[in-house]
Ligand binder design. Structure first.
Ligand SMILES: Nc1ncnc2c1ncn2[C@@H]1O[C@H](COP(=O)(O)OP(=O)(O)OP(=O)(O)O)[C@@H](O)[C@H]1O
Ligand SMILES: [Mg+2]
Length: 264
């Protein structure tokens, strides 16, 4: 990361400016993003929706610094992102835990390189075991716990690193409806306590409306149309959000219509 800093406490945490990505492999070049602009503010929860193949995961990988942009810039607090960094952590749909480590050891793994005493590390692990409700299961191995519990471990082992930005790519997509709802509630309660900036990709419009402050509706780039979201849709509903309320359903329907209009 660039050492020169022009950050201000009230500025955006993430700033995407004219971002384009074209994949060039063996086949034809594939343009995926073109001239994308948006900002994420401190503590903001942004969801990204859009149909399969529109570039949601690509955008997350760019924000994580796993892949470079073709054009444009991505800034973290005013500094160009040039690779992965500890201030930006990623949670995927199927996060592989270390199968030979216990729940507590998995959560503490990322702290190995940190300049903290053993007691401080243990205290942090205990705090996050408690926050995700897994204290009782701390000595279990991943194969001995449910899918929902594994995703709680995946979340805790990232949150224990105190990232300022949490990048989540369909983290609950593999869970059944009940576990998924529990994870949504858990994530919201952790976010209210820890105040990270979250960028969360989902296929599920209802999940996006349940979680986010603003929603980005992404479209696919074709020869005829280049869709660059320039406007993120604000979700002006109080939390906790009730899915069968009229205002919720109205917003979800409008967003679904936007997704299908872009794709048609
Ligand atoms: N490394 C790569 N090389 C070439 N093309 C790629 C690469 N990664 C992604 N793509 C292409 O970029 C486009 C967007 O892919 P991406 O995975 O970002 O979509 P997505 O919105 O996350 O889809 P889904 O909802 O199915 O997860 C697709 O056409 C995909 O084939
Ligand atoms: Mg994806």
């Amino acid at each position: 990361m660039n050492v020169m800093s022009n950050e201000s406490a009230s500025g955006p945490v993430l700033e995407v400016q004219g971002l384009s990505k074209v994949f060039t492999g063996n086949s034809e070049p594939t343009p995926v993003l073109s001239g994308l602009n948006f900002q994420a503010w401190p503590g903001e929860f942004i969801c990204i929706i859009g149909q399969s193949g529109c570039g949601k995961s690509t955008l997350l990988k760019l924000l994580a610094g796993f892949i470079p942009p073709t054009a444009g810039r991505i800034l973290f607090k005013g500094n160009d992102i040039t690779g992965p960094g500890p201030e930006r952590c990623v949670v995927f749909q199927e996060d592989a835990l270390f199968p030979w480590l216990t729940v507590a050891e998995n959560i503490g793994f990322g702290l190995k390189g940190r300049a903290l005493s053993a007691a401080e590390k243990q205290a942090r692990v205990n705090r996050f075991l408690d926050l995700v409700g897994l204290t009782e299961f701390k000595d279990y191995l991943p194969r001995e716990i449910s899918g929902g519990m594994k995703q709680r471990v995946a979340l805790a082992r990232v949150l224990v690193l105190s990232p300022e930005v949490l990048l989540m790519d369909e983290p609950f997509a593999a869970l059944d409806a009940q576990a998924r709802e529990q994870m949504q509630n858990l994530l919201l309660s952790l976010w209210e306590q820890l105040k990270q900036t979250i960028v969360f990709v989902t296929h599920d419009v209802r999940e996006a409306v349940t979680l986010s402050d603003r929603i980005m509706v992404m479209g696919r780039i074709t020869a005829e149309t280049i869709i660059n979201p320039t406007h993120l849709v604000p979700i002006p509903l109080d939390r906790p959000r009730i899915q069968n309320r009229r205002e919720f359903m109205k917003l979800a329907l409008q967003l679904k219509a936007m997704v299908s209009r872009i794709e048609s």
